[in-house]
Design a protein around this ligand. Sequence first.
Ligand SMILES: Cc1ncc(COP(=O)(O)O)c(C=O)c1O
Length: 341
Amino acid sequence: MRAYFNSDNYAPVLPEVMDALATVNAGHEPAYGYDSVTKRVEGLLRREFGEQAHAFLVFNGTGANIVGLRTLLQPWQGVVCAESAHLNVDEGGAPERMGGIKLLTVPAPDGKLTPELVDRRIVRIGDEHAIQPGVVSVTQSTELGTLYTPEELRALVDHAHARGMRLHIDGARLTNAAAALGVPLRAISTDVGADAVSFGGTKAGLMLGEAVVLLGGGLEAALPYLRKQSMQLASKMRFVAAGFEALLADELWRRAAGHANAMAARLAAALEGVEGVRISQRVQANVVFAVLPPGVGERLQREWGFYTWDELAGEVRWMCSHDTRAEDVDAFAAAIRDAVA
Ligand SMILES: Cc1ncc(COP(=O)(O)O)c(C=O)c1O
């Protein structure tokens, strides 16, 4: 099998992160987040997201979403999200079963919510027989590799707040979005008025670890209890924190995510105008979606790793990561061109 285009989760850990893990692996430190490394990372995340931000490290993205959403919601409230949201299609029903969270989905062909789409689920307000929409959850970058501009996010936040709702960002790939837009992390979270973000570390190059970052609203007192109840409290937390410390130092995250984005752009450019390959989503972050003629995807998969996204439509997903090599992209593009010729 040649170089993988399956997922940024297939990629190794960034070397700087591996070094950081070795560095903190000395002596005893207090457990459960009371260690010196976690304290430093909490400070670094405050620097990224603003003085009012409170960050809590967790194991994985599904857990980050559930802990964050539980913090933002009342028990009678649900979450408006895109039908294609990871929350809805790839978390094994964890929001519903582990978080008791009802998802109020809307179709969004490019993975992006708009105020108009959100409005479809803002119904029966004040009716005790109906779930009340409490949070809008957007994904940045989206499952389909598209991006929200800061202005689009601001419009969604204002729309939600005007209706007494909060806005959550699933930022499993927030670094890809910030790198692509050329902005600081806070420009697409804190500065647009969002209430909470699941800030992704794993896909950016950590061994494991995400952060639930509350951006204001005084909800931080509840979070430690909800994190523990949700089984997301790491005892040896310094090893989760060490990765974040490396990732946040000198904006390593921007270099890593920027490279992944550039590799996806390179692949898309190499396939532009190739008959038989239809790029099916705008390529704005680190992933390319394409529709291929029947049988072509399967043939390519004998040699190259990537996912079939939609079997019926013949749509495939090619994802790049911090370690994707330009020569592998070029060889893959050549193989695709041969396969459709
Ligand atoms: C957008 C998004 N959110 C959340 C997650 C969940 O992350 P994890 O697999 O670490 O639970 C993923 C993972 O693929 C994701 O792509």
